[in-house]
Design a protein around this ligand. Structure first.
Ligand code: AMP
Ligand code: GLY
Length: 439
């Protein structure tokens, strides 16, 4: 891997999002060496995989010193909660990812709700409880449906939409009394149930200003038509067409207020800020903040970016980002996730995957989330296995290409949704469709 650039970058993580990040960073002419901890077999050829515990701030810093790493890019939320960004900044290593305190926007829902109230960011009405008896007593005067959320990180298992008092009471028992999610459920948030399409809004932030990425939509439920249980995300598309007035409202009332609020609160936020919104009849409301790229939103958004991602990350880390939206190609991207049988409850893995070697189309990319090479072939290793991603001139062509590729990939019990991107309203400015088929 001889490269012309000089920057040495360490990427933390191993999933589909990190595969997409590695692929995009690798295309930067400024890149010298890319390390990844722990990385995955699919990243071979893009990054040098290293054995460093990504949750251990001292170990990450020691590695950076040993290898002369200039920038650390944090993929998932766990290293942020573990204080890895704080440790690196204290050790004078540039890092793309917020400090532990700032990452409470994601790691504590009650903190996020307080933050939103303080900075006038529209969100659902809520109450916070750290005592189960008080929470249950409050249910007597609650309106239903009611959303019960565990305060801490819960890998998608901490949100229950409850139809009545009995369901909500069971959620309180599970989270607070049985500690089904460990300490993450010690405090709960009750929230009014909102309705409307969801939107994932991500921006690069340097502590003072931000650069908006194209809007994306995740498909969180397991099955077509938004049926079945919630998952980490079964597919995504980007850009999502949003009327200009609504887009301005989202930017002004959510992104701008959040970045300004973080600054006012003295929180060091350099990284990506993700707002999960619901577009209600009463305007956009923020359901959650994440302090990292969405997965699989990153897989659908990064292929659209025309700027040098490494330079953008360096600008965030160095607090010298220029404001304005990130430049994109104007194309459309669709990412279809292939998941293991039994996902999300009990994924069954270690199944051979066939068909990957046949994919040679330049507008197509497969980002691996849970695979490994074993005896010369690919096998499944996780609940979500890979995201088949197509980039085309319009959505119809991108969907066709993604699903044609999915048709050729096989493993036993493979699950995927057939409607990723299908509900997209036609509101993107008309563009000439790119030629379909092999290029
Ligand atoms: P969260 O982790 O807070 O984003 O919640 C996960 C998912 O639960 C969201 O993407 C929504 O689909 C759903 N959800 C969360 N909060 C609400 C709410 N207040 N009303 C309706 N659905 C919600
Ligand atoms: N796809 C939703 C998330 O990354 O949180």
């Amino acid at each position: 891997m001889v490269r012309s650039g000089s920057w040495r970058v360490l990427l933390l993580g191993a999933g589909g999002r990190e595969h997409a990040l590695a692929w995009k960073l690798y295309s930067s002419p400024s890149l010298g060496r890319l390390f990844c901890a722990p990385g995955s077999d699919a990243m071979d050829g893009l990054a040098e995989r290293v054995k460093v515990d990504m949750l251990d701030p001292a170990a990450v810093l020691a590695f950076c010193r040993e290898k002369g790493v200039d920038l650390v890019v944090v993929g998932p939320e766990a290293p942020l909660e573990a204080g890895v960004a704080d440790g690196l900044r204290a050790g004078r290593v540039r890092v793309f990812g917020p400090d532990k305190d700032a990452a409470r926007l994601e790691t504590s829902k009650s903190f996020a709700k307080d933050f939103m109230a303080r900075h006038r960011i529209p969100t659902a009405k809520h109450q916070v409880f750290s005592d189960a008896a008080l929470a249950k007593a409050a249910l007597r005067s609650s309106r239903f449906p009611l959303v019960v959320k565990a305060d801490g990180l819960a890998q998608g298992k901490g949100v229950r939409v409850c139809a009545d008092s009995a369901e909500a009471s069971a959620a309180v028992t599970d989270f607070m009394e049985k500690r089904m999610l460990g300490d993450a459920g010690g405090t709960v948030v009750f929230e009014e149930r909102l309705k409307g399409p969801e939107l994932s809004v991500m921006a690069l932030v340097d502590g003072r200003t931000y650069k908006l990425l194209p809007f994306a939509r995740d498909h969180k439920r397991l099955s077509d038509g938004d049926a079945g249980p919630n998952t980490g995300g079964m597919g995504a598309f980007s850009p999502v067409p949003v009327a200009p007035a609504l887009a301005r409202k989202i930017e002004n009332e959510v992104l701008a207020r959040a970045v300004e609020g973080l600054r006012k609160d003295g929180l060091d936020y350099r990284g990506v800020l993700y707002a999960g919104l619901m577009l209600t009849s009463d305007g956009p409301k923020t359901l959650e903040f994440n302090c990292r790229f969405g997965d699989p939103e990153a897989q659908a958004v990064l292929p659209l970016v025309e700027e040098d991602l490494l330079e953008l990350f360096l600008a965030c880390a160095g607090a010298n980002l220029s404001p304005g939206p990130v430049k994109t190609s104007g194309k459309s991207c669709v990412c279809v996730v292939l998941a293991s049988p039994g996902y999300p409850e009990k994924p069954q893995t270690d199944r051979p995957i066939t068909g990957l070697e046949l994919l040679r189309d330049s507008g197509l990319k497969v980002f691996h989330s849970g695979t490994a090479r074993s005896a010369g072939r690919w096998v499944t290793k996780g609940g979500r296995v890979m995201g088949v991603t197509a980039l085309e001139g319009d959505f119809a062509a991108a969907r066709l290409k993604a699903y044609a590729a999915v048709d050729g990939i096989k493993f036993k019990g493979m699950q995927f949704r057939k409607d990723i991107g299908a509900s997209k309203p036609r509101a993107v400015p008309a563009k000439k469709p790119a030629p379909t088929g092999k290029r």
